[in-house]
Design a protein around this ligand. Sequence first.
Ligand code: EPU
Length: 461
Amino acid sequence: MHSFVIEGGRRLSGKVRINGSKNAALPILAAALLTDQPIKLRDIPNLADIKNMLKLLSELGCRRADEPADGTFGDGSLTLRSVDESLSHARYDIVRTMRASICTLGPMLARRGFARVSLPGGCAIGERPVDLHLRGLASLGAQITMNGGDIIAKVPSGGLVGNTVFLGGPFGSTVLGTANVMSAATLAKGVTTIECAACEPEIVDLANMLNKMGAKISGQGSPRVVIEGVAELGGVDHRVIPDRIEAGTYMMAAAVTNGEIILENCPVDSLLAALHCLDTIGVHVEACNAVASNNPHKSAHRGCEDALRCCVRVTSDRILRPVEVTTQPHPGFPTDLQAQLMTVLSLADGNSVITEKIFPDRFLHVAELSRMGAKCIRHGNTVVITGVRKLVGAPVMASDLRASAGLVLAGLAAEGHTVVNRVYHLDRGYDRMEDKLRALGASIQRIDEKDVPADLVAAGA
Ligand code: EPU
């Protein structure tokens, strides 16, 4: 297992390019199961989760046309084709490493009439049930049973039939549940209306790609998505949207180091809540070349020529101000930036409050940040953060992907050395984070856990 050793206190400056979005790419890759035609995808990020999804799709009969010997996808492009539709079992071995495996369920069911997908268990950020996915697919007529920890879904003889499907749960809609039902409904007979659909940009990207494949989806990005079923879908050439969470993470890295970072390929319009929050704190995000044109794709907010793939400069005031933030479904503040924001607020001048409304237990980073001197008190799904003048390096344990990112940011800001253990969590969602941070001036090394110097393991700084 690898660790990061970070020597904090360096001001970050320079340019970083944001990858294609992990959470858009995962259901988009699974959509290859909806057709036997080739799917060409661009800007696929080189991440552990993507490699796992490609492994799963290969077990489900998809082949890569352009696979290099080392299994990578150098420039982010790859072509997938489903060639054996008899393989429909997503095994526990893979599903337990990556919950997003569940998004193969809808596509397999719709195209192959049968799917067996291991039920994902809980994970570090909470319970994460899939009842809404199953309820949605059952509304289209799927017959669903459980056996040996697997979900077994079959299409009745008449095929899936469009219906009105309500996808609201106790914490709002479901992103991957919307992806599953929307994908399955593209091949159902008649019209499906998803009420309380997830409005996340990743769902819009999936719908746009499915439409290019011949689907008839409208309303994506709103809580009502309407899908008119078609007989079959064809191939496509699609470029995945940039990763709003990676972009937000680097903005916050600039904030905690009082840095000045330029982000290329940044989806500003998907980050409005985060930008509003950062503005209040004293972190400023401006278009590198603001334009005044009539381009309909221009960002209404920041004056960028292309709101989806913008170039922005991030700077921050010396003194960060406290805020009150609640995580919400899009377009609210994303839960996937909550841990990183907590690190920023632990250095703000005053008391901040974060309330987590998507995953109420997503707070494993609180205890680790406290080891570095942060003052955080948790009550249920709320954490009160009293800003401190400085964080102090310590050995800390990454527990999940975004918590790890929060700890890396803390290490960049802290005095002395921080060792972040178990960075395999981070590799699931950030491509070469240490290289990108080093290029911005950070002192950060990836080393084998057993090679971490004893004095750093024992006492931190
Ligand atoms: N929920 C239910 N029943 C369901 C499904 C979800 O009650 O059937 C609840 C969940 O427990 C949670 C809420 O609904 O409280 C929202 O969960 P959602 O289904 O939207 O999450 P997801 O689709 O499994 C995706 C992202 C997560 C991100 C969430 C919320 C992917 C691969 N994952 O998960 O990303 O946090 O949406 O935005 O797209 C990450 O990248 O670090 C990550 C965890």
